[in-house]
Write a protein that binds this ligand. Structure first.
Ligand code: ATP
Length: 363
């Protein structure tokens, strides 16, 4: 990947609070790159520095190798779509979109062509003469995006752009945003605390916590190979087990003793040695239920557990089970749900060695 937008050891503190702490990112041209993390982790502060609204205390921001750390917002080829849209209420949709082009002194024909293209891309042709108060939430959001894209920025910053919309509309706007990105090819930096939005939209995601980047990876890598327990718990649901490594086995497998489970489990990880204490993560959809205890020769991990709760979600169901002190969550869908299960039933919980991930040291 060719580096296009770079944050080089960027930090910003508010008093004693390190809102953004030594963040180095390399973002490629045309990528949809998301910043994701819990409230207060520093996403917006980082975005504001990219936009030029705030200065870092330390570090540099480079675009195409050029230092733009101290450039004011209007001098950067960067535009922002804010969560609250920030539309001009007294101007029509057309005037809102054309505003920036007029200010920069573009000619009438050029403005007309650019605004019409944006109205088409965001499917707002019918709304062109309306004022923001006459629009739905989704339409306002599209005006905000059209207004930001009409200036042809090299980078579009989107700060929780769908947060004010209801679930159905959010899903709809997500596929519209994806289509729009395919059309314009602009680099999108997308800030959200919603993992579903980030997973479905992004080429890559940076997961942040307490001002620091925890992992940068593709959505699938984050989900399947989280770098630590924080990422594993933040992206998707996870079961965590404390375990100690017993012995190394051929083929990159280790035998671990999971606290509270009788039979030692086998998981697939390199770089461990007997005696290491680890945290093992297994996704709820990778745990399965079986009435019979799997044979030891099958190399399937298993534990006997008692069902505590079954919650029905339509397309899937979640089951909470207990094995001694260990609580486990299982997600079942499709044919799996045909077998009825009830609280109080005892089942064997099984998982394949490949489903267990070590996500950090145990304590
Ligand atoms: P959210 O998802 O809630 O918007 P965020 O990840 O965007 O959160 P930031 O807004 O970047 O988080 O804030 C990071 C930390 O810095 C928070 O603890 C916040 O209270 C603090 N903070 C942000 N802006 C300021 C400011 N202007 N003055 C003092 N503290 C600030």
């Amino acid at each position: 990947m060719q580096e296009f937008l770079v944050t080089d050891h960027v930090s910003k503190a508010f008093g004693a609070l390190r809102a953004v702490d030594d963040v180095s990112l390399q973002i490629g041209q045309g990528e949809v790159f998301s910043l994701i993390g819990p409230s207060g982790c520093g996403k917006t502060t980082l975005l504001r520095m990219l936009a030029g609204f705030d200065l870092p205390d330390r570090g540099r921001i480079l675009l195409h190798g050029k230092d733009m750390t101290a450039l004011p917002p209007e001098k950067r080829p960067v535009n922002t779509v804010f969560q609250n849209y920030a539309l001009f209420p007294h101007l029509s949709v057309w005037e809102n979109i054309s505003f920036g082009l007029k200010m920069s002194g573009k000619g009438r024909a050029e403005i007309k062509a650019a605004v019409e293209r944006m109205l088409g891309l965001t499917r707002l042709e019918e709304q062109a003469q309306k004022r923001p108060a006459q629009l739905s939430g989704g339409q306002k959001q599209r005006v905000a995006i059209a207004r930001a894209l009409v200036n042809e920025p090299q980078v579009l910053l989107l700060d929780e752009p769908l947060a004010a919309l209801d679930l159905k509309l959010r899903q709809h706007m997500l596929s519209e945003l994806s289509a729009l990105h395919r059309e314009v090819g602009t680099t999108f930096i997308y800030v959200t605390h919603d993992q579903g939005e980030a997973l479905s939209l992004s080429d890559r995601i940076a997961v942040m916590n307490e001002g620091r980047v925890q992992q940068v990876a593709t959505p699938a890598e984050l989900y399947e190979s989280p770098a630590n327990a924080f990422v594993a718990g933040f992206i998707g649901d996870a079961n965590f087990f404390r375990a100690s490594v017993q012995e190394m086995m051929p083929g990159g497998f280790v035998r671990v003793q999971i606290d509270g489970l009788g039979r030692p489990a086998v998981i697939s990880v390199p770089d461990l040695k007997p005696g290491d204490l680890v945290r093992v993560m297994v996704r709820p959809e990778n745990l399965h239920l079986s009435l019979d205890r799997p044979l030891a020769s099958e190399r399937v991990n298993c534990a006997q557990a008692v069902v505590e709760e079954v919650i029905y979600f339509g397309a899937h169901e979640r089951v909470r089970l207990r094995a001694g002190m260990q609580i486990m969550h299982i997600q079942r869908s499709g044919n799996e749900c045909r077998t009825a299960i009830r609280p109080g039933d005892a089942w064997w919980v099984t998982f394949q060695p490949e489903a267990g991930r070590v996500v950090g040291a145990g304590d």
